[in-house]
Design a binder for this molecule. Structure first.
Ligand code: ACO
Length: 402
């Protein structure tokens, strides 16, 4: 490994790599992925094993602290998390202030950033390890409450407070789908599906939002501001926003009569800006291992919940046609994780505009782990260079002479 503290500015040459297609910005021991072979591992553990055997909160612990927890460690982690799930009562004023139809991602990024106002100790650039850990626990614990309350606000329903008796995922589902006056049973099938989805999204090395979290954090910004920046980066339809776009696209195809060939032709037409949402990936050029797991999970969940979703049939047909088409084969375009996640979220009862927020909830442990690693490594401030292409020398011209 390179000793980062010994690196000095190398002036003279600048490498131009627009979109960072081949440029490594850091060294990381968190997530390994091989885009050619379709391998994804968190801290060395294959995603397939974690999705089958672990829980989201155990995976969060693994990503943030580097090891699978012992029974005692996970008990303490759950205890700490459950004691920080409440948000400050004054935060309700923010929820009240948003128009009820405003996009949940805009609300989420503002609300997470506002946590720094309630926990100003996070502003100290040189927090002790204990203070830093408390900030980590707080953001992880409060995010499900914030996400659920954004949803309740969109419905105009009263907020449901977190309850210590529930585990992380059940607590989230209870705050989202629970009622104040009646006891709502949270279906274990739903809890298990939610755990799987969150695990699959928990980290993905230096993607757009994670790199954003690291670069914002590299200026010694607090964790809430850094995570909020990651949420903004995730919002875009080319990144996390794709899961919402996929369902909207499938619905459009359904309303249009379900002619998948027509839509595949549109996606291939270079004069048409339409892209097949949920297809293609910057790194996976063979298959996305998360998509494989999610496709199976999708079939299982719809069957267990007894849901017959025509949109799923359209998705399968699209995949089948695209995978045989030379355009997609030559460009190595395969379904990514977002192609099927939206269908599961829909089956669980989430409205479309909440999908990207759920992605953010899943990605949070990854952002935290990467932010922490960047701090522990004492990485220098992120500051890309450029190749200047503008005018060279010009003299100022007074306005009446232009
Ligand atoms: N539909 C049709 N054509 C596509 C698609 C698509 N979904 N994706 C890429 N292509 C084509 C491009 O037009 C380009 O064709 P060309 O070589 O003839 O110009 C070629 O494939 C390469 O595409 P790039 O955009 O250069 O690939 P890049 O690695 O920059 O982009 C990305 C990857 C953004 C994911 C892209 O495939 C895309 O826009 N997909 C749809 C959006 C999506 O699903 N995003 C989610 C990504 S996964 C995640 O964030 C969790």
């Amino acid at each position: 490994a390179i000793d980062i503290s010994k690196l000095r500015d190398q002036t003279g040459y600048v490498t131009l790599d627009i979109g960072y297609k081949n440029t490594g910005a850091t060294q990381s021991a968190i997530t390994f992925l091989d885009g050619e072979l379709g391998i994804l591992k968190y801290r060395g553990y294959p995603i397939e094993q974690l999705a089958a055997k672990s829980s989201f909160i155990e995976v969060a612990y693994l990503l943030i602290y580097g090891e699978l927890p012992t029974e005692e460690q996970i008990k303490k982690f759950n205890f700490d998390l459950s004691h920080h799930t409440l948000v400050h009562e004054d935060m309700k004023k923010f929820f009240d202030g948003f128009p009820s139809k405003s996009h949940p991602m805009g609300q989420l990024s503002s609300l997470v950033s506002s946590l720094s106002a309630f926990y100003p100790e996070s502003l100290k650039p040189n927090q002790t390890a204990e203070e830093l850990n408390l900030s980590i626990i707080k953001v992880l614990a409060k995010m499900p409450t914030i996400v659920s309350w954004i949803y309740k606000k969109s419905l105009g329903h009263p907020y449901i407070y977190p309850q210590n008796k529930y585990d992380y995922v059940t607590n989230f589902l209870n705050m989202t789908f629970g009622q104040r006056t009646e006891v709502v049973e949270i279906d274990p099938v739903v809890v298990s599906a939610m755990n799987t989805l969150l695990i699959l999204h928990a980290d993905h090395e230096q993607n757009c939002s994670t790199s954003t979290v690291r670069i914002v954090g590299s200026s010694a910004s607090n964790i809430y501001a850094s995570v909020s920046a990651g949420i903004s980066a995730l919002w875009g339809p080319l990144h996390g926003g794709a899961n919402q776009e996929v369902i909207e696209m499938l619905q459009k195809i359904q309303e249009d009569g379900g002619d998948t060939d027509k839509w595949i032709a549109k996606a291939k037409d270079k004069n048409d800006p339409f892209r097949l949402m949920g297809f293609g990936h910057r790194v996976y050029k063979n298959f996305d291992p998360r998509a494989k797991i999610i496709k199976k999970a999708c079939d299982d969940i719809l069957e267990k919940l007894g849901i017959d979703d025509e949109v799923l049939e359209i998705a399968k047909k699209l995949e089948e046609v695209a995978l045989k088409d030379p355009y997609f084969i030559e460009r190595k375009l395969y379904p990514n994780v977002d192609f099927y996640s939206g269908i599961i979220y829909r089956a669980l009862g989430f409205p479309t505009d909440m999908f990207t927020v759920l992605f953010a909830l899943g990605r949070l442990p990854g952002w935290i782990a990467q932010w922490k690693e960047m701090k522990v490594h004492k990485e220098p401030i992120g500051r890309p260079r450029q190749i200047y292409t503008g005018a060279t020398n010009r003299d100022y011209v007074d306005i009446q002479d232009r």
